[in-house]
Design a protein around this ligand. Structure first.
Ligand SMILES: NC(=O)c1ccc[n+]([C@@H]2O[C@H](COP(=O)([O-])OP(=O)(O)OC[C@H]3O[C@@H](n4cnc5c(N)ncnc54)[C@H](OP(=O)(O)O)[C@@H]3O)[C@@H](O)[C@H]2O)c1
Length: 323
């Protein structure tokens, strides 16, 4: 798959990146490690050579599974992980509680350094290709965080620096504070159903030469058309409580997918592939991070990176899903 430069960094990524949150199991109703490893292998073989994970995904489990999957193919993948959500420390800004754990936003340099050591160990690698601040930490000045990250780049533990869920104002501060180290990317939420970043984040990225790798592009499976009215989710799957998965919401999404079925048919594509392709065609978007739990999903999602939608198709998809 043709790689795209990630902002002004030295890193290039495919337009479809493997998202490793679900394979951590937490908030996804558990996981099957053997299937997850098969999914990662299928994904790499299909050209999705970048993997996005985070320490908090399964409280270390996602990174460990990714580490096992890439043990014999490190040279073929770009490893993207995150810092700043701690369940094992009680310093920083309290964010949420889950599974009996208190999770804090913590982007203090000493905490980042310790977290990176844990990620390197779980992933079984000696350099992280892209290290991203998972969420802003209001208890730590951005300048301190960026100085900590720049030091890790200088030491060769991190190749490129990114952020996630940052406002344009915070993005500007982060970029300025990094000095000669480029801010490679931001990671915001984006899909046909959630286009908030078009107002300010994507224009900022274009103006600043910073990449955008967007998450939840198929709305956790909803835009695949496979979340039918009948499908149920276990209590420990976040989708069981999400307002986007109510019967009313599902019915509206299924109707919109029906309205645009001709676009999928014209490309011999599935609805999930069309939704992913739509994202990676948008100005300012470098890549879409898509979760997969089986080889079939991984192969299907990877192929979306090769679909060329026309301007008229992009416009119609935008209009049918708006609102
Ligand atoms: N930075 C952040 O704050 C943040 C937040 C969220 C996500 N992320 C990143 O973005 C990645 C993707 O986001 P996401 O996992 O929330 O949502 P997503 O990619 O929109 O949806 C992934 C889920 O959809 C289902 N699916 C995948 N491919 C499918 C296909 N071809 N057909 C039908 N269903 C399919 C799978 O669940 P089932 O098989 O169980 O239905 C899968 O776990 C995450 O893994 C993570 O790396 C980052």
């Amino acid at each position: 798959m043709k790689l795209r430069s990630l902002g002004n960094s030295t890193l290039s990524v495919p337009p479809v990146i493997f998202g490793a949150w679900a394979i951590g199991g937490w908030r996804w109703g558990g996981t099957d490690d053997a299937a997850a490893i098969r999914a990662i292998h299928a994904s790499i073989d299909a050209g999705t050579t970048a993997i996005d994970t985070a320490p908090v995904y399964g409280f270390g489990h996602s990174e460990s599974v990714v580490g096992r999957a890439i043990a014999d193919r490190r040279g073929a993948v770009q490893v993207l992980t995150k810092v700043g959500l701690r369940w094992d420390l009680t310093e920083g800004a309290h964010f949420f509680d889950s599974d009996g754990r208190r999770v804090y936003r913590n982007l203090r340099p000493a905490a980042i350094r310790a977290e990176v050591e844990g990620s390197l160990r779980r992933l079984g690698i000696d350099e992280i290709d892209l290290l991203q601040c998972h969420w802003p930490d209001p208890s730590t000045p951005v300048e301190e965080t960026m100085a900590g990250l720049a030091a890790l780049v200088a030491e060769g533990k991190v190749r490129a620096v990114g952020v996630s869920n940052f406002s344009p104002e915070l993005l500007s501060q982060a970029k300025a504070a990094l000095g000669s180290v480029p801010l490679a990317s931001t990671q915001p939420r984006y899909s046909l159903m959630d286009r908030a970043i078009e107002a300010a984040v994507l224009p900022w990225c274009i103006g600043a030469g910073v990449g955008a790798i967007v998450y939840s592009p198929i709305e956790q499976g909803l835009l695949s058309g496979r979340v039918t009215m009948e499908r149920t989710f276990p209590d420990d799957d976040g989708r069981s409580r999400s307002p986007k998965f109510t019967p009313e919401s599902r019915a509206r999404v299924l109707a919109a997918l029906e309205d645009t079925a001709d676009i999928a048919a014209a490309h011999s594509a599935t609805p999930a592939q069309v939704a992913i392709a739509w994202c990676v065609h948008q100005p300012g978007v470098t890549a879409a991070i898509v979760g997969a739990r089986s080889p079939q999903q991984a192969i299907e999602n990877a192929a979306a990176g090769r679909i060329a939608l026309t301007a008229a198709e992009l416009e119609r998809l935008s209009s049918v899903f708006s609102g």
